[in-house]
Design a protein around this ligand. Structure first.
Ligand SMILES: Cc1cc2nc3c(=O)[nH]c(=O)nc-3n(C[C@H](O)[C@H](O)[C@H](O)COP(=O)(O)O)c2cc1C
Length: 180
């Protein structure tokens, strides 16, 4: 087992964000020190719609859960990453990431991260969202840039609208795809 490597888990506002203890525990078992970063929308879900969740996740990871940029005068509170897992990846963050928008901490980390560390991305969106013509282009673009996007066979398959199955979200495929 590898030890002492830091994984940034970056979670967007899609239903699997309600189950972040699952990938955190799995990555920890694989030897990763996990730091959790949320998009502002995911942070809202976990603070306004889930009592005690943030405290539980901070206790589980042993790190503050971050969701916004620090001020220039403030120190970094997380260790530097060796890899990143973006899961769940929303349609919204996918589009912004592929076009290098970095107006949230999550996007800032993953836009820069392409040049710095291995990144695995596990999307979660329905097949109507996936049918937008820009989506496949964004996925192709990120793959060409070196990001492992687990969409389709061996990863996440978009569901019919309103028919998502949280139990079927393939967290383990993302953990298995992390660097050895
Ligand atoms: C109940 C609910 C479920 C949602 N599920 C998804 C989803 O599975 N995939 C997705 O791309 N967006 C989903 N959205 C929309 C995103 O939350 C929305 O686009 C948000 O702006 C994403 O912000 P973020 O990418 O910064 O996290 C959902 C919204 C709600 C309210």
């Amino acid at each position: 087992m590898t030890t002492n490597r830091t994984l940034y888990l970056i979670a967007c506002a899609a239903p699997p964000a309600r189950r972040l203890s699952v990938p955190i525990k799995a990555a920890q078992q694989a030897g990763w020190d996990v730091c959790l970063i949320l998009t502002p929308s995911a942070h809202r879900w976990l603070t306004e719609d889930a009592e005690g969740e943030m405290e539980a996740l901070e206790q589980l990871t042993g790190h503050p859960v971050r969701h916004q940029y620090k001020l220039p005068s403030q120190p970094d509170v997380l260790p530097p990453p060796d890899a990143m897992l973006v899961a769940p990846l929303t349609n919204n963050t996918l589009a912004k990431w592929a076009t290098a928008v970095s107006d949230t901490l999550a996007l800032g980390l993953i836009t820069e991260g392409i040049a710095l560390v291995p990144i695995i991305a596990l999307p979660h969106f329905n097949d109507a969202q996936a049918a937008h013509p820009a989506v496949q282009r964004h996925v192709d673009f990120l793959r060409e840039a070196g990001v492992t996007v687990l969409l389709g066979e061996g990863g996440f398959t978009p569901h019919k609208p309103k028919h998502g199955n949280l139990d079927a979200y393939p967290w383990q495929a993302a953990i298995d795809a992390l660097p050895a």
